[in-house]
Design a protein around this ligand. Structure first.
Ligand SMILES: [Zn+2]
Length: 320
């Protein structure tokens, strides 16, 4: 269990890691609030906190570095919300060293055909506030192998999220394992999002729109076959190079942090951070597929690239 404070001595790895001093006061404030609220738990409950997670809400942030993290919480995915909850302080404390104003919004995605809460979303927040928000989500565990309502989430992002103009395209990361319902009828959209929509809403269209504003990644759970129907549909939705096949399910959050750190020019620090938690072979296993691709467009990067590197596919300049 990772904590909100500065103490990294209980991390599992041998290497030492110290958080950057600049964000120390913010970490201290979060740590004090965490201590006051008692032990961290992701306890079983009967449902989400509906006031907090209502997908009719419109959210906005002044942060120039907003990040949206969406998790498929159906059936087989049920343990991922916990994994992410466990690593949340680590994720926030790590990313906020690189860009102190980072603000995160969470979403839990289910299946509108079987779930009572097929889309749960939270406002953007920072520090310990994230803990309460993530704790408001509920893993319903319905659905299973059927298509899920990822398209409803995409529609919500397009119609309910406002962010300032940013220097680079902000990250939106989806942890999932399956394809989506290709269309949503207007009744479903207005029921869950409070929008009036005319006729069917096309899920792929909505995702293509999301990618114009967000650096969108589908982090796919291990088990799927490359190039299968799931990959094909997500390829149509966000571009096939933006599908990232996770090799180690336990490291799901590290893949997301690694991609962001790579894009923001802190990949070396991210690896040091991971070395303090994992052995070297694991650091290499997670780093390798991240280092091989452009964190903006997913195109391959030459293995010998270094220093300031300009991606010839999307034009993004990276500090490698
Ligand atoms: Zn690129």
């Amino acid at each position: 269990m990772y904590s909100w404070d500065e103490d990294t001595s209980k991390w599992y790895g041998d290497a030492k890691y110290a958080y950057a001093p600049a964000a120390a006061p913010a970490r201290a404030a979060s740590a004090a609030r965490a201590a006051a609220s008692g032990p961290r738990t992701y306890e079983k409950k009967a449902g989400p906190n509906e006031k907090i997670i209502d997908p009719k809400q419109r959210i906005s942030t002044e942060s120039k570095n907003p990040v949206i993290v969406a998790i498929d919480v159906t059936g087989s995915m049920a343990s991922w919300p916990f994994e992410i909850f466990d690593r949340l302080p680590l994720m926030y404390n790590t990313l906020s060293q690189y860009r102190p104003d980072v603000a995160i919004s969470f979403a839990a995605i289910g299946d509108a055909k079987v779930d009572r809460w097929p889309l749960q979303v939270t406002p953007f927040a920072s520090g310990f506030d994230l803990e309460q928000l993530l704790g408001s989500l509920y893993g319903e565990g319905g659905g299973g192998d059927a298509p899920e309502s990822y398209g409803l989430f995409a529609r919500w992002v397009n119609t309910h999220v406002t962010i300032p103009s940013t220097d680079d395209v902000p990250f939106l990361i989806v942890f999932g394992d399956i394809n989506m319902h290709a269309t949503m009828d207007s009744k479903q959209v207005s029921h869950y999002l409070g929008d009036s929509a005319w006729g069917n809403v096309d899920a792929i269209d909505e995702w293509q729109k999301v990618t114009q504003k967000w650096n969108t990644w589908f982090l796919r759970r291990p088990g799927g076959k490359r190039g299968d129907v799931v990959d094909k549909q997500w390829g149509d939705a966000i571009g096939e190079q933006k599908i990232f096949h996770i090799e180690d399910e336990q490291r799901a959050v590290d893949y997301a942090m690694g991609l962001i750190a790579r894009s923001w020019g802190y990949f070396g620090d991210f690896q040091d951070n991971m070395r303090a938690r994992q052995d070297e072979s694991k650091v290499k296993q997670v780093s390798k597929p991240i280092a091989m691709i452009c964190p903006r467009c997913g195109a391959p990067i030459p293995v010998d690239a270094g220093g300031m590197f300009k991606c010839k596919f999307c034009g993004t300049t990276l500090k490698l």
